[in-house]
Design a protein around this ligand. Sequence first.
Ligand SMILES: *Cc1c(COP(=O)(O)O)cnc(C)c1O
Length: 399
Amino acid sequence: MNDRLPPALTTSPFLPFALPDIGEEEIAEVVACLRSGWVTTGPKTRQFEADFAAYLGGDVEAVSLNSATAGLHLALEALGIGPGDEVIVPTMTFTATAEVVRYLGATPVLADVDANTLNLTAAAVEAAITHRTRAIIPVHYAGFPCDMDAILTLAKAHGLRVIEDAAHAFPSLYKSRLVGTLGSDATVFSFYANKTMTTGEGGMVVTRNPEIAARIRMMRIHGIRQDAFSRYTATTPSWFYEVVAAGFKYNLTDIAAAIGVQQLRKIDAFLARRQQLAATYARALRDLPLQLPADAVAGSGNRHAWHLYVVRLRPDAGISRDALIGRLCEQGIGTSVHFIPLHRHPVWRSTCQRANAEFPAAEAAFAAMLSLPLYTKMSDTDQQRVITALNNAFAGNVT
Ligand SMILES: *Cc1c(COP(=O)(O)O)cnc(C)c1O
């Protein structure tokens, strides 16, 4: 696998935390797009959306955007979220999950997560509900599905809308069903560079609600009723268009969609490799003082997408998280932390005014967690280096 890395990386002893897996197929598709004369939203984007919907079983609509953040924003917009409304989000997530609530003048309300899966729990959501609550954004943390039955039941009982942040969760299964088909109002996937598949930057909103899909299609391109490609390809004079809402500029380009079309064809192979790497870590790390990530229980029908492999130091580890990251870095191993909980960031600290002690599970996890490299371009030898470096770090024999 290493022979496919760029030269600068093959000669570097440093193993990066993440790398995209772009092959000749993606390159050829992008070149064909560039030669076609149509580079912005057009036929490739439509194909990518159709292929993505088909992957999820065909009874959903898939609407592409230039990021998952844009998708979360427009999904909330389509639900009519606005000033005075509250939206419950987990504190253990990336800032995008909360910032989109602010785009609409509404208030994100942070909730703690399950101590094992680090997913939002129905109990934490219930405790955060007020008379202003309008929606919930569960995040399928690292690619492990939230307990959506519990969350959807609670949402229904309180008349709340649900948008799944599935930035990590393609293709995760919940009770044998693909995330994206679970019956929430909308599910949002990310194709950022380090996600389980990439378009460089990009996102997809998936919904079974045709009104939500239509609203997002319009709002992603300035609130114009008809898109540029339909006007361009029309055989009758088609200069006329109407702007019916103050929209946004969130459309995916055909150049990016060309990458996506080819990445999607590889997603099952990517998943198989991620599963293999996760299984190897689980075997090789079990005697170290680490809490390994929650995995699907056999027979549950759940499936982890393994976007992230997050380990936590056990209290008896005898080394801090920061020191461990330092010792791995000294040995040329890149790691990361997912996530610094939102309640610790200055902007959300001042907006939400919540004490760290209100989020005991996220706090305990954050203090102990680090994400190990897990991506399809890693070779078995690369992974062995990570395992050896971890063993060295705990043995204290790092030179
Ligand atoms: C990456 C990520 C996003 C944002 O995705 P973009 O495509 O970069 O906008 C949102 N939520 C979570 C949990 C993420 O990890």
